[in-house]
Design a protein around this ligand. Structure first.
Ligand code: UDP
Length: 381
């Protein structure tokens, strides 16, 4: 019996987190993979698929400039449903918490096709934060038949909501599989923009900010804080790979582009970004994936958010939630750059999010779901 699986995704982080699973399923004789992309982050996702040698079968082409999340939902439903009817997958894979992931799950549910939710069980206390991701992931939980929780904490969140424990496997986060695969694979940067970075001996502070809840004033405060920091710390190189979204670029470019020690780049290939993380002294970010990757290399992470659905690195002491208060960003970065004791307290390599075997556990959980194999032991941090 060959199981037909249909992963559906469209953003860069989904592409990174699904790549190890797609490759593991393609390598197994038990599965036939029909990969559908939504066309949301077309260029950034193509970059990722190229890195991992992955080719989608279909593109839903849902992207339209300025469209709201309601349009993402309806377009995904309208365009995925005919494919579900013709391809008739045995299961659909949705990853994480994007609106398209939820809509893909809903389309499958309407066709009575089971859904497996990868990276299930992340939670904040409020359905409004982060918006709309927290709502999307809670809704996906309700319509999924198999829940792949990255950590035991996320499994506990699901059980607290009444999800049957037999339908949950703790796999670790596949981002760690992806990160470990590329982190040591390259000796130099591919991007021309990064040539010379790190060669002058200056310490590197890596910054990313792109999330919806950071748009507008929070992002402006971050940009002002970075401007002050860059002027105050001429011996530090600040690197900001800018998200493709114009709402992000239009804030950071004018605020920082004239500063000699701030490098604003295009979105980086995953291998370059991983290498840059490895070379950095510390990471300042609102990204989910970056919060998971940097601790595995022992890089302190200052999180530009008020709350996080990823508390594990905060508990382990390598990540600190600082929000987007300008003074706090300036003082925390300054402290980590100049106080070696505080720095070393945070700079411990921990892997609360995974051990690089999440894809293997995912394949095994799918085999068990279809009664053709056994699950692997759960991931334990
Ligand atoms: N990333 C990348 N290039 C960049 C910035 C980030 O490949 O220029 C990777 C990063 O390593 C992580 C993922 O993109 O795996 C995070 O994506 P993003 O921050 O866009 O989304 P989030 O994780 O917050 O959903």
């Amino acid at each position: 019996m060959v199981i037909k699986v249909m992963p559906v995704y469209g953003t860069r982080p989904e592409g990174i987190k699904m790549a190890p699973i797609v490759k593991a399923l393609q390598a197994s004789p038990n599965f036939d993979v029909h990969l559908v992309v939504t066309g949301q982050h077309r260029e950034m996702l193509a970059q990722v698929n190229e890195t991992f040698g992955i080719r989608p079968h279909d593109d839903l082409d849902i992207f339209a400039h300025g469209q709201g999340i309601e349009a993402v939902t309806t377009r995904t439903l309208e365009r995925l449903t005919p494919l579900l009817k013709t391809e008739k997958p045995d299961i659909v894979i949705a990853q994480g918490d994007t609106t398209s992931a939820f809509a893909a799950g809903l389309a499958a549910f309407y066709q009575q096709i089971p859904v497996v939710h990868v990276e299930a069980g992340l939670r904040t206390p409020s359905i409004w934060s982060p918006f709309p991701e927290e709502g999307n992931r809670r809704l996906l939980t309700r319509i999924s038949s198999l829940h792949l929780a990255p950590t035991s904490g996320s499994r506990d969140n699901l059980i607290a909501e009444g999800v049957d424990p037999d339908t949950i496997a703790v796999t670790g986060n596949t981002v760690i599989d992806a990160f470990l695969e590329v982190a040591q694979s390259q000796q130099s940067f591919e991007s021309a923009e990064l040539q010379g970075v790190g060669e002058d001996g200056r310490r590197i502070v890596l910054v990313t900010s792109h999330r919806r809840e950071s748009w507008g004033d929070p992002m402006r405060r971050t940009a002002s804080a970075l401007r002050r920091l860059a002027q105050q710390e001429p011996d530090v190189q600040f690197v900001l790979p800018l998200h493709a979204n114009p709402l992000v670029r239009d804030i950071f470019r004018p605020a920082l582009e004239d500063l000699e020690n701030v490098l604003l780049t295009e979105p980086l290939g995953y291998t370059d970004f991983s290498r840059l993380t490895a070379m950095s002294t510390l990471v300042v970010t609102d990204s989910g994936g970056v919060q998971e990757e940097a601790p595995s290399l022992g890089k302190p992470v200052l999180v530009l958010r008020e709350d996080t659905e990823r508390p594990e690195a905060v508990t382990a002491g390598t990540a600190l939630l600082i929000g987007t208060d300008e003074e706090l960003i300036v003082s925390k970065v300054t402290e980590l750059l100049h106080n070696p004791e505080n720095y070393s307290t945070m700079a411990n390599a921990v892997n609360p999010y995974g051990d690089g075997k999440a894809a293997a556990r995912t394949v095994a959980a799918l085999e068990q779901f279809f009664d053709i194999g056994q699950r692997l032991p759960d991931f334990q941090a």
